[in-house]
Design a protein around this ligand. Structure first.
Ligand SMILES: Cc1cc2nc3c(=O)[nH]c(=O)nc-3n(C[C@H](O)[C@H](O)[C@H](O)COP(=O)(O)OP(=O)(O)OC[C@H]3O[C@@H](n4cnc5c(N)ncnc54)[C@H](O)[C@@H]3O)c2cc1C
Length: 317
């Protein structure tokens, strides 16, 4: 087993982790960055960067398709989503390579594999090059979050997909049901509406973008109406079944009725679970780190939400 000894080991190569690792190395600390997947985390690989790249492409298409009143007629215009996704993948590839170069240039040692605590200052990293043992005086947890499945809607990668799946679709779905009217659901829902999908948003609370000021939400609602996006507030998607070429989704509406939208539902091709509020720190569970956190004076609840233990306990570390 390979062995490494560092001042700092950062677990997770997303924007939280790699920026921290580079900062530590720039301050003269011997630093490791441990990443099980691709450097850049969700943001670069399946979040901010790919979503904004595709949104920009689809927005360009949508504008070109709606300029007849200004005398611009684009005949034969079509959106080749597979080509757009491949362009997006090249952008992502370039940026993740950029992160690797930044780490190297700043003297951060990148270790590939999944980290797990074996003691408060020691980690075991299971990587494709075999296991490695990493010891470090300080360990930074930057393991990010992942999409949480809504009961009854397990991701199957085909009909029920998460944001990453939505950003890799190679054809524009006829119909799209977005579960959760948070910013991720709305930005992707809006993008697919502009690409030509008929989009429905189901949101549990009484407003879109929960927690956002009403005046701002009204602007978004106006835009959604113009794009003919259907919105169900105070509604809950309870189950789904396979229909012809898609899914029939049962939605509990606020008046207690269930809307199955039979003739539409049969055509629903994709379904997103994009509830940002339900992204959790669940990846921490796989680190075997709850004991380590307690030892360092932190307490966690069942969803690994962090709290700080009383100062007296914290002082023991
Ligand atoms: C569709 C979408 C659009 C978004 N758009 C925006 C936006 O426009 N602006 C914005 O600010 N935010 C946006 N976000 C949110 C943003 O992506 C996250 O806030 C950000 O990625 C969090 O960074 P992080 O470093 O904390 O975690 P992550 O990016 O999740 O990185 C964590 C990394 O840790 C690694 N890891 C986990 N466990 C282990 C382990 N045990 N061992 C080794 N490695 C491990 C993972 O593989 C991952 O690479 C968007 C998210 C999505 C899904």
């Amino acid at each position: 087993m390979k062995e490494f000894d560092f001042d700092v080991a950062v677990i997770g190569g997303g924007p939280g982790g790699y920026v921290c690792a580079i900062g530590c190395a720039q301050r003269g600390l011997k630093t490791a960055l441990i990443e099980v997947d691709r450097l850049g985390g969700v943001c670069l690989n399946a979040g901010c960067i790919p979503s904004k790249t595709l949104i920009h492409i689809v927005e360009t298409y949508h504008r070109a398709a709606n300029m007849q009143s200004m005398g611009i007629v684009a005949e034969g215009l079509r959106l080749d989503l597979a080509a757009a996704v491949s362009f997006k993948d090249r952008v992502v590839d370039r940026l993740t390579k950029g992160v690797a170069a930044l780490c190297k240039g700043n003297g951060v040692e990148v270790i590939r594999g999944r980290a797990r605590f074996t003691s408060p200052t020691e980690l075991e990293v299971a990587g494709s090059d075999g296991p490695a043992s990493v010891s470090a005086r300080r360990v930074v947890l930057a393991t990010g979050s992942e999409a949480l499945e809504i009961p009854g809607f397990s991701f199957d990668g085909e009909t029920v997909i998460d944001a990453a799946g939505a950003l890799s679709l190679e054809a524009v779905p006829d119909r799209l049901l977005v579960l959760g009217g948070g910013y991720i659901g709305l930005e992707l829902g809006t993008m697919f509406a502009k690409a030509g999908s008929q989009v429905t948003v189901v949101e549990l609370t009484d407003q879109l973008l929960p927690g956002t000021e009403k005046e701002l939400v009204e602007v978004v609602e106006r835009r959604l109406r113009r794009l003919k996006v259907k919105v169900h507030l105070r509604s809950r998607a309870v189950s789904w079944e396979k229909g012809q070429g898609g899914a029939a989704v049962h939605v509990e509406l606020p008046d207690g009725e269930t809307d199955v939208e039979p003739e539409q539902a049969a055509q629903i091709r994709e379904l997103l679970n994009l509830r940002i509020a339900e992204w959790t720190g669940s990846r921490l569970q796989s680190l075997s780190c709850t004991d380590m956190l307690a030892w360092r004076g932190m307490i966690v609840d069942q969803r690994i939400n962090l709290g700080i233990a009383p100062w007296k306990e914290a002082n023991n570390y």
